[in-house]
Write a protein that binds this ligand. Structure first.
Ligand SMILES: [Zn+2]
Length: 68
């Protein structure tokens, strides 16, 4: 099985769990870059990290909607 090291959590994960669709969501990318300035969307992230930041972006989106 091919594995890749996630640049965020440093875990070895299966390439199948690797999510490159991350590049489609600007808010998610912004959040990740805030925490990991050296990261670029070309690096990709593993699925658990993707989920983590996806939820974070959703929460931020919601609080923005409330404030507006
Ligand atoms: Zn990860």
């Amino acid at each position: 099985m091919k594995t890749k090291q996630c640049p965020l959590c440093k875990r070895e994960v299966s390439e199948l769990l690797y999510d490159m669709h991350i590049a489609t969501d600007e808010l998610k990318i912004k959040l990740i870059k805030q925490k990991f300035p050296d990261w670029s969307e070309k690096d990709g992230i593993c699925e658990p990290c993707h989920e983590r930041f996806k939820k974070m972006a959703e929460v931020m989106d919601r609080s923005k909607a409330v404030a507006a």
